[in-house]
Design a protein around this ligand. Structure first.
Ligand code: F6P
Length: 519
């Protein structure tokens, strides 16, 4: 296989020409049919990307030369594609796709156990609240999904989250709750995470006499959960082939099942399964995750963009960019290839906030700000929900109008000649015109969901999961380890020990001075 640097440098050369996005709609009569792809309730419109037919052909050729189809087959077959940790990657098996019959059997058993447990807790009515304790992948997915389920499902138990080691996190989570009516769910794949253990201990203290009966755990490390003091009967397992940031589909989603019911959770899994099958079976040029990954590669390696904005025009998806920060940046924020060589440019910075709020904050920069990217600003993924779930049709129409207007404005811009005409009476027109000009030609993708159902949400999250995998294949990085989070954890343990003992060790002068501030 040709090396990635050579292959990606061809993309950089191919992108080194001016492409006018609006003109592509005139020159390419099949643009919408080629650049709009759908699966079930999800439609993605890539036609406002600065990619023409020739560029797309080059990208598809790149994907083929990087062995994408072979890697995809290995992933679904349960081969150990997480090479540095010698593990298979099978979050799709949690949705009923891929893996061995043995994997499928253990998943089915766990799904049954979770559903039975959730049904029992809901029927008994003893618990009115759930406090979900976990961080990173053990928090971001459940939190995003809980918000989104609110659009269409009824929450039967209050669901609170405690993630940060900051005492405010646990205090806010338990505030006003009665320990007798509260179920604490401690979620940690490793059961070794400092924040989660500390929050778990604090919640157990708060539970008092209920500490034994009202606390359950979800983990891939049963022994540590037992050592922590959880009754083995109250432990729900998952497996080392489920990465933390891909784990919301596993028992990590148990709090969601209890709060919203097993049927809602099952619809969510089915939605992701439909996207799994689409990704597995569709040819590359008609494949949603592949198209999304390739537009990202074009923007990063071709056009030189260092960041990617994700703006959901949905309050109930407001955690989506934070969720994607972990999914994409923890997966592909790497500088060494699988073979240990320096990589090409990999994952851009992922950022964003809900629309329309962002319009009154960073959209100024998106429209007129400079950046290292060829056309300025940053590529944007807009996410919109077509159905109004709030019984406020006027609001919803305005929300969607704003979303559609922003992608149009980013693409069309406003020419200086128009600004000059509109402001012909101004004596300072030479100074003013460039300030009121919008360069336009700024790329975006618009994803629409027919409704924010659990099924549609499953489609959306699985789309980004597979996009992340495809980009990892093309950049030749292992998307399923996260060595980069380790060093800070080790140093925090050392510093905490020294703070507790009062005996500072050897550090750089800045760190020593910071430690001295805390007595
Ligand atoms: O610090 C990063 C990380 O290791 C993530 O990958 C993971 O999702 C998170 O910590 C929490 O880990 P655990 O579920 O093992 O507590």
């Amino acid at each position: 296989m040709t090396d990635r640097k050579t292959l990606l440098s061809k993309i950089t050369s191919e992108a080194d020409r001016d492409i006018s996005i609006p003109s592509l709609f005139d020159s390419e009569s099949d643009r919408l049919s080629r650049f709009v792809l759908s699966e079930g309730p999800l439609r993605a419109d890539f036609s406002k990307q600065a990619i023409d037919g020739a560029a797309l052909d080059a990208l598809l050729d790149l994907a083929a030369k990087c062995g994408l189809e072979e890697w995809r087959a290995k992933l679904f077959a349960g081969e150990k594609v997480n090479t540095s940790e010698d593990r298979a990657v099978l979050h799709m098996a949690l949705r009923g796709v891929g893996g061995t019959p043995e994997n499928q059997k253990e998943v089915a058993e766990m799904r049954r156990r979770m559903a039975d447990y959730a049904d029992r807790i809901r029927a008994e009515g003893k618990f009115k609240n759930i406090v979900h304790i976990g961080i990173g992948g053990s928090d971001l997915g459940p939190r995003l999904v809980a918000d989104a389920f609110e659009a269409s499902a009824e929450q039967s138990l209050t669901l609170r989250f405690a993630e940060n080691v900051d005492g405010a996190s646990v205090n806010d989570a338990i505030k006003g709750l009665d320990p007798a009516e509260t179920l604490a769910v401690v979620v940690s794949k490793s059961f070794g995470t400092q924040e989660t253990k500390m929050n778990g201990e604090s919640v157990r203290d708060w539970l008092g006499d209920y500490g034994g009966s009202n606390m359950i755990a979800v983990t891939a490390n049963r022994d540590r959960a037992v050592d922590f003091g959880i009754d083995p009967e109250n432990i729900f397992d998952f497996w080392d082939w489920v990465g933390g940031r891909y784990s919301v589909w596993s028992a990590v989603g148990l709090s969601l099942q209890i709060a919203y019911g097993p049927d809602v959770f099952s619809d969510f899994l089915d939605g992701a399964k439909a996207m799994d099958l689409h990704f597995r079976d569709q040819p590359l040029q008609e494949n949603l995750p592949v198209m999304m990954a390739l537009t990202g590669i074009w923007n990063r390696n071709g056009l030189g963009y260092g960041s990617q904005a994700v703006i959901p025009y949905s309050r109930r998806l407001r955690k989506f960019s934070a969720f994607l920060q972990q999914l994409e940046m923890e997966s592909n924020g790497k500088s060494a290839t699988r073979d240990g060589d320096p990589s090409t440019l990999t994952c851009p910075v992922i950022w964003g906030d809900e629309g329309t709020n962002g319009q009154h904050a960073f959209f100024q920069w998106l429209h007129q700000g400079p950046s290292e990217g060829r056309y300025g600003g940053a590529p944007v993924d807009f996410v919109a929900v077509l159905k109004d779930h709030e019984d406020r049709p006027g609001h919803h129409q305005a929300l969607l109008a704003n979303c559609f207007a922003q992608s149009e404005a980013l693409m069309l811009g406003k020419a200086e000649s128009v600004v000059r005409k509109e402001n012909a009476d101004r004596s300072d027109i030479d100074a003013l015109a460039p300030q009121k000009t919008f360069p336009g030609n700024r790329p975006s993708t618009t994803i629409t969901l027919d409704e924010l159902s659990p099924e549609a949400l499953g489609h959306l999250i699985a789309l980004y999961e597979h996009k992340t995998f495809v980009q990892g294949v093309i950049w030749n990085v292992n998307s399923f380890d996260q060595w980069g989070v380790e060093l800070g954890k080790v140093l925090a343990t050392t510093i905490l020990d020294e703070m507790e003992s009062g005996e500072a060790g050897s550090h750089d002068p800045s760190t020593t001075a910071l430690m001295a501030l805390y007595k």
